[in-house]
Design a protein around this ligand. Structure first.
Ligand SMILES: [Cu+2]
Length: 758
């Protein structure tokens, strides 16, 4: 259909008006000027909780001429074309050495940092005992404890002495300062359009996202200060000024998992102990004699650790997990990457000791070289006409942006040498799935090798010409060999997946030619990153050093990366259905959620265990209980409906993917360890995997990682019991309910269908 320029302009204006109206409502709600009741009264809100699709009110009403896929007018790009800015590398954080005070068992920061010691028990414990002592009070707000971690033994760091932290990181989550942009030619983001991390105490946030280089055998203490505005509404329309930080699938006690309903408030900090525990520590290789179960010692050697080397992890990330507001907060910038280094996955391509796999990385540093081992965080954003980041908080299906970002930069370019590179691709989108492939300048696909799924090695590298769908939070590690190219050549990373315009999931796979032709309805289809092959690049590992294309590539891609974990008969099976069964029951009779949710939130997305009733998220309800560690279980996840996909994330443990029901299973998933499984609409609607729990206990979660589904409220609580005598984790964890004045405890209900105890 032909649309005249004049009519097109009118439609753009109307779409803009719709978005402005909606933004006004969001702002008025967040600042308490109107209530949910007012919206009902005005007929703008339905009983199911959705905003009425009235023209001019909802940008998703098609009559509002909103652009696909954002529901708002096309983002303003200041006339910039793709590949016009350089891709930033992630902001590598520097570890702070911690020492142990033998008397107090506290971890001491060097005096120059001015940081109080990290302790096994939260400072909230001291605040509760000494409520008038200012040293334990949040002095920014003047109210409540200075640490957000709940008080007492239940939230003490588990196995503190065994995993005593040696490396410290102090970061603040804050508003951003001037100069924060998605492209050098774009406008600065307002200080509260973007909220992200900065290194230090009570500092502003910065882009690109941080990267922490972790290694087995060196436990970490990450102190996160909440430096966000005290006023909830100071958020440019979305995002809540409270956070709990989830270290996505690292093997940690629940008190450090960042998803035990422990969000904290502006002015407070939270000490997360990231233990670097290798799974099966109490069961396999308990004497730490297997050299493959190890971390680099910094001097060419290894520090052995107990545990199963087949469960070594690599590419991980951390992100906000404030229940009911995760999508807004992650989208706003609350995330970062963690590379876990081990004996086999050393981040050194030259060191040959029989354990190190020598994957592409570099060799200037003993471990953790990044020169040829590159994190690519892929996401999609939308911007208002004034260039500020935009999010639609009323959307419960899925939020899609129209601006592809890599490491927070708009469709950038990256200079590479003609040699092998490792790329760690993370999908950090809220709702968008990607299907990525590589193409050269003549339009021919460039094959590559797939080596890891969700941070877990596949047994043998798999040669591919395009990746499988990559749902939110999934990580794919690939090796690309640019040695067949010459300086001046170009290779493009292309997205070949068309999403449903409503954001609920993928619509169809495109051919490479279709993707390269672009889609006028969705600018995130087609190229998102261009590799420019050059003759020399500057080192990021040793600033000042220059790598040349004539330097030999000493990296190796071995035929075998790890060994297969066998599938065995399970102690029990579980069935979890992720569906859409009417209005979820996140609100109690008084209309309140646990924890508090937006007044306007509705809960169409539900979870059902073993065929019983459907529920939506309630932090005071345990839906699955794991009675003791070490028991092998087989779980089946099923998509309960049609028309949408769910990328389902299990915290704390990976599962070995067994089958996709009777549907074919791709080599990149078959018997591969994962922590996010896509449940598709047709074909691969279900997945069965083998899982066992161990080493830690407490309150964890399992949820959809389309964070919009997660917030509305496809999430359930899991309780792990450890059976360690005297440990609080032998019992159900009481629910901590954070308030600005401190934590209040409640006793959770337990769904009988999720409790296998007699
Ligand atoms: Cu979902």
């Amino acid at each position: 259909m032909y649309i005249s320029p004049k009519a097109s302009l009118a439609r753009q204006r109307e779409a803009q008006k719709a978005r402005d109206n909606r933004a006004e409502i969001v702002k008025a709600l967040s600042q308490g000027q109107i209530s949910r009741r007012d919206l009902f009264k005005w007929g703008l809100y339905s009983a199911t909780g959705a905003l009425a699709l009235k023209n001019g009110l909802s940008p998703l009403a098609r009559s509002a001429y909103a652009a696909v896929p954002t529901g708002a007018p096309r983002s303003y790009l200041y006339g910039q074309a793709k590949y016009s800015c350089m891709m930033p590398r992630l902001d590598v954080q520097r570890p702070i050495p911690l020492t142990r005070d033998p008397t107090t068992r506290n971890a001491i920061f060097p005096a120059s940092y001015g940081e109080r010691p990290a302790k096994r028990l939260s400072y909230h414990t001291d605040f509760t005992a000494n409520p008038t002592d200012d040293q334990f009070r949040n002095l920014v707000s003047g109210r409540g404890p200075v640490e957000g971690r709940p008080p007492g033994e239940v939230f003490a760091h588990q196995r503190w002495d065994e995993f005593f932290p040696k490396a410290g990181y102090v970061m603040s989550l804050g508003s951003v300062s001037a100069g924060c942009r998605f492209h050098p030619a774009f406008t600065d983001q307002y200080s509260n359009s973007v909220w992200c991390y900065g290194a230090g105490r009570y500092v502003t946030g910065r882009m690109p996202p941080p990267l922490i280089k972790a290694r087995y055998g060196e436990p970490i203490l990450t102190r996160i200060y909440n430096n966000l505005p005290l006023v909830r509404g100071a958020n440019e329309g979305f995002g809540i000024n409270e956070t709990q930080v989830h270290f996505h699938n690292a093997h940690n006690g629940a008190e450090s998992d960042g998803a035990a309903n422990v969000h904290h408030f502006p002015g407070t900090f939270y000490d997360y102990r990231w233990s670097t525990t290798l799974a099966r520590r109490d069961k396999i290789n308990t004497q730490a004699t297997d050299r493959r179960a190890s971390g680099p010692d910094g001097n060419g050697g290894l520090i052995n650790v107990p545990g199963d080397f087949r469960e070594l992890q690599g590419t991980l990330w951390f992100h906000d997990h404030r229940f009911f507001f995760t999508a807004e907060n992650v989208y706003k910038g609350n995330y970062g990457a963690v590379n876990m280094y081990s004996g086999p996955d050393r981040g050194n391509e030259a060191l040959a000791d029989g354990v190190n796999l020598r994957l592409p990385s570099g060799s200037l540093l003993d471990w953790g070289n990044l020169d040829f081992d590159v994190n690519l965080i892929v996401s999609d954003a939308a911007m208002r006409q004034d260039g500020q980041l935009f999010f639609d908080i009323f959307n419960t299906d899925g939020f899609l942006g129209d601006v592809p970002l890599v490491n927070s930069a708009y469709a950038p370019y990256f200079e590479v040498l003609p040699r092998k590179y490792r790329f760690r691709i993370l999908n950090a989108s809220m709702s968008r799935f990607w299907k990525l492939g590589l193409v050269n300048s003549t339009g021919t696909t460039v094959p590559f090798q797939f080596i890891a799924n969700d941070g877990n090695f596949v047994v043998n590298p798999i040669t591919l010409t395009s990746l499988d769908h990559q749902g939110p939070a999934e990580r794919y590690d690939i090796i690309v060999d640019f040695s067949r190219f010459r300086p001046g050549d170009r290779v493009t990373l292309v997205n070949m997946l068309q999403m449903r315009p409503d954001g609920r999931g993928p619509q169809r796979d495109l051919s490479l030619a279709q993707a390269l032709a672009g889609d006028p309805l969705d600018p995130c289809i087609g190229g998102i990153l261009q590799f420019n092959v050059v003759g020399s690049v500057n080192s990021v590992d040793t600033p000042g050093h220059v790598h040349s294309s004539t330097t030999p590539d000493r990296s190796v891609v071995p035929l075998m990366l790890t060994q297969q974990i066998p599938i065995v008969a399970p102690v029990r099976t579980r069935l979890v259905e992720f569906g859409r069964s009417g209005s979820g029951n996140s609100r109690n009779a008084a209309g309140q959620c646990t924890p508090d949710c937006s007044e306007t939130a509705s809960f169409p997305w539900t979870v059902r265990v073993n065929g019983q009733d459907s529920h939506s998220m309630n932090a005071n309800r345990v839906s699955l209980l794991i009675p003791k560690p070490g028991e092998v279980e087989h779980w089946t996840y099923v998509n309960g409906g049609g028309g949408w996909d769910h990328p389902i994330h299990l915290h704390f443990e990976e599962g070995v993917t067994i089958n996709r029901g009777t549907d074919p299973i791709p080599a990149t998933e078959k018997l591969v360890r994962k922590d996010v499984w896509r449940l598709r609409t047709i074909g691969q609607r279900q997945v069965t995997f083998q899982v066992q729990f161990g080493e830690y206990g407490g309150s964890y979660v399992n949820h959809c990682h389309n964070t919009v589904h997660e917030d509305f409220a496809m999430l359930m609580r899991i309780q792990l019991l450890t059976g360690v005598p005297g440990s609080p984790q032998t019992a159900i964890t009481p629910t901590p309910n954070p308030t600005p004045d401190g934590v209040v405890w409640t006793t959770p209900e337990i769904l009988p269908e999720g409790d296998p105890r007699d």
